[in-house]
Design a protein around this ligand. Structure first.
Ligand SMILES: [Mn+2]
Length: 326
């Protein structure tokens, strides 16, 4: 990123006085940390901000200072001329109820690191090399003379970087990522507390979902593909929310010899949400994109119309072809 690009954010914020800050549905640590960091900075600079998300906030992020400020779309009674969207690869990822809060002529600042980002903003700060959106925001703030660093701001950005690198384990954990994280710890981010809350806690229902999903484990392509699934009936019986099925997709990928781990989740009778994780060989963002979704080479997802069995067959055929096993 160049100085010129950082000044695009400054120019956007100069004009904006009342700003809607949002991110993608089913927000993760990067979405929430990046939203709260932008809100914190905008407020430091005298702006009025409203933070909104289409979905509810996973309980393990309740430690984030000011997380209660993030409201649901039905709680917002106005439309905004200035919108900041963080960590959202395309406009629809914010959810249709959040999108209704955008004024028809709204100017949108789009800050993101997804390679599939379609540059839907009026100002686009996209860096697919960044580990996280929080890392992009950190780099911008590091260039900005008017930032008061404190433990809150550093907690927001540290949480985004930590969670999007899988606790500094994924391939996006560069030397720079660790440098930025070190600087954030120096600014007051309580690293071990954030890791404990954000990475090491699950809800009881989440454990029940894992228990049920594990009974469905199957493999193909000589053990290079492994998948789990949950039907609507399973989810209803557990009364699981979106947050309760988080992390399940990581389980099959852990098996030795597996390159692609998949989690199929029936969201209605004719719709299945598919999440992919890959280790090395397969760029799963391409597979997800072929089905109308998106993501990163090692983590991606899509939603496909069809029964659970139909969708499994289609997706597995495609992944097997990618592995040269079809
Ligand atoms: Mn992210």
């Amino acid at each position: 990123m160049k100085n010129q690009q950082w000044s695009m954010i400054d120019q956007f914020l100069d004009k904006a006085d009342s700003i809607l800050i949002t991110s993608h549905i089913d927000p993760d640590g990067d979405a929430l940390g990046s939203m709260l960091a932008m809100a914190y900075i905008c407020e430091q600079w005298g702006k009025r901000v409203v933070c909104v998300n289409e979905s509810s906030i996973p309980r393990r992020f309740s430690f984030l200072p000011g997380i209660d400020k993030i409201v649901r779309p039905h709680q917002v009674m106005e439309t905004f001329h200035y919108v900041i969207a963080v960590d959202a690869a395309d406009r629809s990822r914010v959810g249709e109820n959040v999108e209704r809060l955008f004024h028809p002529e709204a100017l949108i600042l789009n800050i993101d690191h997804h390679i599939t980002n379609d540059r839907f903003g009026s100002v686009n700060l996209i860096d697919p090399h960044a580990s996280s959106t929080a890392e992009i925001i950190y780099q911008w703030l590091a260039h900005s003379p008017n930032v008061r660093w404190d433990s809150r701001l550093s907690t927001f950005l540290y949480t985004g970087i930590l969670t999007d690198t899988g606790g500094f384990r994924y391939a996006n954990t560069s030397a720079n990522v660790l440098r930025y994280a070190a600087e954030l710890i120096e600014y007051g981010a309580p690293a071990h507390e954030i890791a404990d809350q954000a990475l090491e806690t699950v809800t009881f229902k989440q454990t029940l979902c894992m228990q049920r999903a594990l009974t469905t484990i199957e493999t193909s392509a000589n053990g290079q593909i492994a998948w789990l699934s949950l039907s609507q009936a399973d989810l209803q019986q557990i009364q699981a929310t979106d947050a309760d099925i988080e992390g399940i997709v990581n389980i099959p990928r852990k098996i030795i010899g597996v390159d692609v781990g998949i989690f199929f989740r029936e969201t209605s009778e004719h719709t299945v949400k598919v999440s992919f994780r890959s280790r090395q060989k397969v760029d799963v963002s391409k597979i997800a994109q072929a089905f109308g979704g998106g993501g990163h080479p090692r983590a991606a997802g899509c939603t496909i119309e069809g029964t659970l069995e139909d969708v499994k067959r289609q997706v597995l055929q495609r992944v097997e072809a990618e592995l040269g096993c079809a």
